[in-house]
Design a protein around this ligand. Structure first.
Ligand SMILES: O=C([C@H](O)CO)[C@H](O)[C@H](O)COP(=O)(O)O
Length: 207
């Protein structure tokens, strides 16, 4: 299972600093949606230039104009981009078309989708490289939030998947047991007192 750090910080400088601290422990560096909104496409280029050996994941959360949005992010240096599962199939297909043209990939984020299993299978058939079983930061903050629903959906869908939803040291082994291809950790790394140590421990927990 791969480890993905989600960088939900707001400046390119902070993102580069964090990426530099944790790169040796992660496979995928995610530039979070708030970061891309704050800094634009140049943050993708800056991180890819600094870490050409890493998979750079641009969390665009595209909802429309799939081909166009994916194309500009791939041109900026992204290896993977996200499209929302709630988007029209044609939006997902458009992003997949751009990915094929650049030899890159599309990840479909199932945030907010009720029936994640069915949609995962549909978008995989449209050409998604993998799906993200995702509970966003707001959903995680609601009382009673539980990662297990995402893990069950991932196991049942029988397509390649990542899990994002407050994954931390105490839960990352469960993510691996559920059969995930990628574990995404944001706050567990960037909010840690020592992000490098946090990333190292997460990596060790799945080694
Ligand atoms: O995608 C994310 C969220 O929507 C804000 O951009 C997060 O990067 C993702 O949820 C992973 O972060 P944590 O939940 O803090 O692990």
């Amino acid at each position: 299972m791969k480890l993905q750090v989600a960088i939900d910080l707001l400046t390119t400088e902070a993102a580069l600093e964090l990426a530099g601290q944790v790169a040796e422990y992660v496979d995928i560096i995610e530039l979070g949606t708030p970061l891309i909104k704050a800094e634009g496409l140049p943050v993708i280029t800056a991180v890819k230039n600094a870490h050409p050996d890493k998979i750079v994941f641009a969390d665009l959360k595209t909802m429309d104009a799939g081909e166009l949005e994916a194309d500009i992010a791939f041109k900026a240096g992204a290896d993977l981009v996200t499209v929302l599962g709630a988007a029209d199939d044609s939006t997902i297909a458009g992003a997949v078309k751009a990915a094929k043209a650049h030899n890159k990939g599309v990840v479909v984020d199932l945030i907010g989708i009720e029936d994640k299993v069915t949609r995962a299978q549909e978008v995989r058939a449209l050409g998604a490289k993998f799906v993200e079983m995702h509970a966003g930061l707001d959903e995680q903050a609601k009382p009673g939030f539980d990662l297990n629903g995402l893990l069950r959906a991932g196991s049942e869908a029988r397509v390649p998947f990542s899990v994002a939803g407050g994954v931390k040291l105490e839960t990352i082994a469960d993510v691996q047991k559920a059969g995930a291809d990628v574990a995404v950790a944001g706050g567990a790394i960037y909010s840690a007192e020592d992000p490098a140590l946090a990333a190292k421990q997460l990596r060790a927990a799945i080694a």
